[in-house]
Design a protein around this ligand. Structure first.
Ligand SMILES: [Fe+2]
Length: 135
């Protein structure tokens, strides 16, 4: 599977969110490059929970800023973030603790969701935050 290559097309105009998106992409790329758990002590579920925990922090940063500025599509964002959370949880639960590699179906979902979400839903707040002077 191809790794995600960051470009300016991914920039949502808010530096904190760009940095968080870059880190999420880097975490995912690491799994795509090597779906096997990297060290003996690091299990597949550790790798996955690191990424999903970081995703939760990021969603909270986005939602907090949206609430602060009265972003009109907050509910749609919350809904998508919730769907992501539930779907990943489901896929992770279905992943046996003994597996040695991150399942392909999970990598597919993460890659597809992350790129689509950034390029569509998140991109919609670019102009909004720009107009509010947030950068
Ligand atoms: Fe988002």
């Amino acid at each position: 599977m191809e790794q995600i290559v960051w470009s300016d097309n991914f920039s949502v105009g808010v530096k904190l969110f760009d940095d968080q998106h870059k880190r999420l992409i880097a975490m995912l790329n690491k799994m795509i490059k090597n779906p096997m758990a990297t060290t003996k002590s690091e299990t597949v579920s550790d790798v996955l929970s690191d990424m999903t925990n970081y995703a939760q922090q990021h969603f909270k940063s986005e939602e907090d800023l949206m609430i602060e500025h009265g972003y009109p599509h907050l509910e749609q964002q919350k809904k998508q973030h919730k769907e992501f959370r539930e779907k990943v949880l489901k896929l992770c639960t279905a992943t046996s603790y003994e597996v040695e590699a991150v399942p392909q179906v999970l990598l597919d979902y993460l890659k597809q969701w992350l790129t689509q979400h950034i390029l569509h839903e998140d991109m919609e707040y670019k102009t909004f935050f720009e107009e509010k002077g947030v950068c």
